[in-house]
Design a binder for this molecule. Structure first.
Ligand code: NDP
Ligand code: 5RP
Length: 470
């Protein structure tokens, strides 16, 4: 008897995804580069499940029914190419490789191209939900050919998270569409995490709230419009005590945020495609700035930061923070969706944004109650991916903008950096501005480089001789 599917890479994600697949009734062969990890997995975590370990790639591939379906859950980058190259001698035309890691979408396009020549099918599949999601139901974002997707559709729908709107898996689109959407998902994830961190900073520094008190506020918010996975884990984090010191664990964690690349790729891609995503970009910048801990410690002793003593109403401020956070989260999603839509047109992905929002509703890290509302907006006007153009968005943001402004001003008065919130506000103001000062930019460009400009009062391209050249 051959096994239905194979999975390579038994770290956090691979182990849990393999268990999830097996628990849905599929027999699965597993392989990991380091054999000890495979042994440990099978000994410690596999019980009744039809999970079969292999210690060499040839017998792993031979254990699979044809056409073979092999999921890669290995480190993104070169390891994916290495594994594909090691697998190729054992594969036949019609076999399918599914890359479930956080691969860069351009790598995925290249791999699809290269493997097509060998008649090997390939899906680039974003997986979101961390280890819990992988085990109990992640959000799955597969992209590639329909033919490849059809081979595994039934299994993917079974292992994905479920919501009232169906399984959190859909055929996202052609080529690297799946990995593109997962990349932007992560860009939005970075922004929401940073926005939550910023309101946390205000609460602890301006209101002198304890971590436990902040946890209580976060929990209350999680019962309302801000209901989301990231809000939920944040209140749980606030309450966790460090076993060694008895202090809230969050208070003994060093303030240097790491990153593996997906947020940075989102910003780089947005710049390449010419779509503004300042809030997502600022979340990346915030992580980069956080990394300069020693420099910050030194500069904090020398750089003057004027701070005002303010008498504030705690309840009012907390209400403002909640609304400001909602404002920032909405803006972050709207920037990400616009980027996905532009990529869909540029790369012919054919992505249905409403479906993307649907499959983000469950299992994934950015799942949030707000997604229902965003879907309503997109469904109302599928041709316009810019959420801010909808009347619903105008009404939603109307009562949040003042709160966001007050929090932003408070940040200035107290010297608290609010990179994401401020950028969300400025993005909103910029898009709501008929006359930006870009006329001066054009004049400057024309002055020093004869780059020309357009005029507001007549058609054409113009150049001025700003100074006589001798
Ligand atoms: N952790 C998370 O929350 C999430 C992770 N992802 C993505 O899923 C993928 C797997 O993530 P995660 O489980 O965290 O594991 P890691 O990203 O830490 O990768 C570890 C796995 O990759 C294997 N590996 C590394 N280099 C090679 C190589 N050159 N050849 C073969 N195998 C190699 C390791 O094998 P060995 O044991 O031999 O070292 C191990 O199985 C990554 O792309 C990640 O970005 C996606 C969503 C969430
Ligand atoms: O994809 C994920 C969640 O959706 C992974 O957890 C990823 O590692 C998060 O990105 P980073 O490590 O850069 O914070």
């Amino acid at each position: 008897m051959k096994n239905y599917v194979g999975l390579i890479g038994l770290a956090v994600m691979g182990q849990n995804l393999a268990l999830n697949i097996a628990r849905k009734g599929y027999s699965i062969s597993v392989y990991n580069r380091t054999p000890d990890r495979t042994k440990e997995f099978v000994e410690k975590r596999v019980k009744e499940e039809k999970i079969y370990p292999y210690y060499d790639l040839k017998s792993f591939v031979e254990s699979l029914e044809k056409p073979r379906k092999i999921i890669l859950m290995v480190k993104a980058g070169q390891p994916v190419d290495d594994m594909i190259n090691e697998l190729l001698p054992y594969l036949e035309p019609g076999d399918l490789i599914i890359d479930g890691g956080n691969s860069y979408f351009k790598d995925t396009s290249r791999r699809i191209r290269e493997l097509k020549e060998k008649e090997i099918l390939y899906l680039g599949m974003g997986v979101s939900g961390g280890e819990y999601g992988a085990l109990h139901g992640p959000s799955l974002m597969p992209g590639g050919t329909k033919e490849a997707y059809k081979l595994v559709e039934e299994m993917l729908l079974k292992i994905a998270a479920k919501t009232e709107d169906g399984p959190c898996c859909t055929y996202v689109g052609d080529d690297s569409a799946g990995h593109f959407v997962k990349m932007v998902h992560n860009g939005i994830e970075y922004a929401i995490m940073q926005l939550i961190a910023e309101v946390y900073d205000v609460m602890r520094k301006v209101l002198n709230m304890t971590s436990e008190e902040i946890g209580d506020v976060f929990q209350t918010w999680n019962n309302g419009e801000l209901n989301s996975f990231l809000m939920e884990i944040s209140y749980k984090i606030m309450r966790r005590k460090d076993e060694e010191t008895g202090k809230p664990l969050v208070e003994v964690i060093l303030d240097k945020a790491e990153q593996k690349g997906t947020g940075k790729w989102t910003s780089q891609t947005a710049l390449d495609l010419g779509i503004p995503t300042p809030t997502l970009n600022m979340a990346v910048e915030a992580r980069i700035i956080s990394h300069f801990k020693d420099l910050r410690v030194n500069l904090s002793k020398t750089l003057p930061v004027p701070k005002e003593n303010l008498s504030l109403n705690r309840e009012e401020l907390i209400r403002d923070l909640e609304k400001a956070l909602l404002f920032g989260v909405f803006i972050s999603f709207s920037q990400g969706l616009w980027l996905i839509d532009e990529a869909s047109k540029t790369f012919n992905y054919n992505i249905d944004l409403s479906e993307v929002l649907r499959i983000w509703k469950g299992g994934c890290i950015i799942r949030a109650k707000l997604l229902n509302f965003l879907r309503e907006i997109i469904k109302e006007n599928p041709q316009n991916a810019n959420l801010l153009a909808s009347e619903k968005a105008v009404n939603f943001l109307k009562d949040k903008i003042e709160s966001a402004k007050r929090i932003s001003n408070l940040g200035k008065l107290t010297g608290i950096p609010l990179l994401c919130l401020n950028s969300a506000l400025d993005y909103y103001f910029a898009l709501a501005t008929e006359n930006l000062p870009a006329n001066l930019i054009q004049a400057q460009r024309d002055f020093f480089g004869a780059h020309t400009y357009e005029r507001i009062d007549k058609e054409g391209i113009f150049h001025t001789e700003w100074e006589k050249l001798e």
